[in-house]
Design a protein around this ligand. Structure first.
Ligand SMILES: [Zn+2]
Length: 240
């Protein structure tokens, strides 16, 4: 695993390549444009799938990386479809945290239909604690990631209750372009009539944008207490 040039500001932990783009692609692009160092840790290759191959998925990820503009991405190659929050996987994720040293981690919400997503969420929390352990033979130096935030995927079709929503209006089209790179997952073999997967992703983002008076938004949950650095930058939705 390559050490990033600088410690990361944000590390997105995702079970499968395309999860990061679908759930927080807008936040990633916006953060990169704001000068933050952003990385993605994919836990599995996502294969097998009906239209994917390992080579095709890797090429799709490379194309998406170009659009995201991220500083670092790595795939741990843990078992797809049978991802487990076991001790060996925890060690691998903790080593990634020690090597990339992110100020903020974004990962799957703890309740999800896909068992890999649930395992990824549990692994992130457990590895966050393990990453700070001293007197260990894990790679990298002890480090405790100060904050974890949780994002939603599109499997559970249920209204969620986020702690806050980030405005991604200005980068929504780039987010959709990054998702379109994963043709084997979101386009091939799927009906091309309305609503397509991309239509759904746009509509969900439009809904969350509406809740904050913006065109598009991405929602987040938190288990830790969140601090606000003054009230000057807290936005409110436009009046009814
Ligand atoms: Zn996934």
């Amino acid at each position: 695993m390559q050490t990033p040039e600088k410690p990361l500001d944000i590390l997105v932990v995702a079970a499968h390549p395309d999860d990061a783009e679908i759930s927080v692609g807008g936040t990633i692009i916006r953060s990169v444009r704001e000068g933050l160092q952003v990385g993605v840790l994919d836990l599995t290759t996502g294969e097998p799938t009906p239209y994917g191959t390992l080579e095709r998925r890797a090429a799709e990820t490379r194309a998406a990386n170009e659009i995201l503009g991220i500083a670092w991405r790595h795939n741990l190659g843990l078992p797809n479809r049978s991802l487990e929050a076991n001790l060996e996987a925890r060690r691998r994720v903790a080593e990634a945290f020690r090597i990339t040293r992110p100020r903020l981690i974004l990962t799957h919400y703890w309740d999800d239909l896909h068992p890999d997503h649930v395992a990824a969420s549990q692994l992130t929390e457990a590895a966050r604690f393990w990453a700070k352990l001293s007197r260990s033979d894990m790679a990298g130096a002890p480090f405790f990631p100060p904050m974890v935030l949780y994002y939603w995927s599109i499997h559970r079709r249920k209204h969620t209750d986020p702690r806050f929503v980030i405005d991604v209006s200005e980068v929504m089209e780039e987010k959709l372009k990054a998702i379109e790179c994963y043709r084997s997952q979101v386009i091939d073999g799927r009906p091309d009539r309305f609503p397509t997967v991309l239509d759904d992703i746009r509509a969900i983002a439009r809904y969350w944008g509406w809740t904050i008076g913006a065109a598009y938004g991405e929602p987040f949950a938190a288990r830790d207490q969140l601090a606000i650095d003054g009230l000057g930058r807290v936005l409110s939705p436009s009046s009814p």
